[in-house]
Design a protein around this ligand. Structure first.
Ligand code: SF4
Ligand code: SF4
Length: 197
């Protein structure tokens, strides 16, 4: 059964909720995504990746934490606003931001406009490409590849408009909630939370 509108709800708010301290930086999500979607085998091309964030603890010892990133499927997406052909668009029914490769002229305006570096140009398709929240998998009743391969259960996916969804419950129980570059006004649908265990 499709994950999209599975309760007949045409007003979904699909989102990813990431529990930051559960990510162990194993890159299983990155590998699964690259393979599933035939992402170009160059480091500049990715639909998701995991940043290593180096720091220091209170005693001056080096620390490292991991930050999974992907397209935020923003509610106010500048990539859509700047697209001259309508190739980049946001679906009304669930909020997924997509690129219609048939309409893309490769001007890369969207790549410049995206504050998250979430897009890449695929020469083989002559189109910009990016994360689709694994739409073809959702249509087959499967969660995104990065979610099912996440060994730490850091990545979680679902409909925030459904109070019974796992992500809605996690957001309700979160002790902190942040989104990336909130100052840009993009209203991302990828949330980073902490929860009490
Ligand atoms: S993260 Fe970038 S590509 Fe994705 S919707 Fe937001 S602005 Fe567009
Ligand atoms: S590169 Fe393609 S999707 Fe991006 S703005 Fe240009 S036409 Fe639109």
């Amino acid at each position: 059964m499709s994950i999209i509108n599975k309760k007949g709800n045409k007003n979904q708010n699909l989102a990813m909720v990431i529990v930051g301290d559960r990510c162990i930086g194993c890159d299983a999500c990155y590998a699964a995504c690259k393979t599933d979607w035939d992402v170009l085998p160059v480091k500049e091309a990715y639909r998701t990746k995991v940043w290593d964030i180096e720091g220091e603890d209170n005693f001056g010892n080096p620390t490292i934490r991991f930050l999974p990133v992907l397209c935020n499927h923003c509610d106010n997406p500048p990539c859509v606003d700047v697209c001259p052909t309508g190739a980049s668009f946001k679906r009304d029914e669930d909020g997924i931001v997509l690129v219609n490769s048939d309409m893309c002229i490769g001007c890369k305006a969207c790549m410049v406009a995206c504050p998250y570096d979430a897009r890449y140009y695929d020469e083989t398709k002559a189109s910009v490409d990016k994360c689709t929240f694994c739409l073809p998998r959702l249509n087959n009743g499967l969660e995104p590849a990065c979610v099912v391969t996440c060994v730490g259960e850091s990545r979680n996916f679902g409909d925030l408009n459904d109070p019974d969804s796992n992500v809605a419950k996690m957001m309700k129980n979160a002790t902190s909630i942040t989104r990336l570059k909130e100052d840009k006004g993009t209203l991302p649908n990828v949330y980073y939370i902490t929860i009490n265990y």
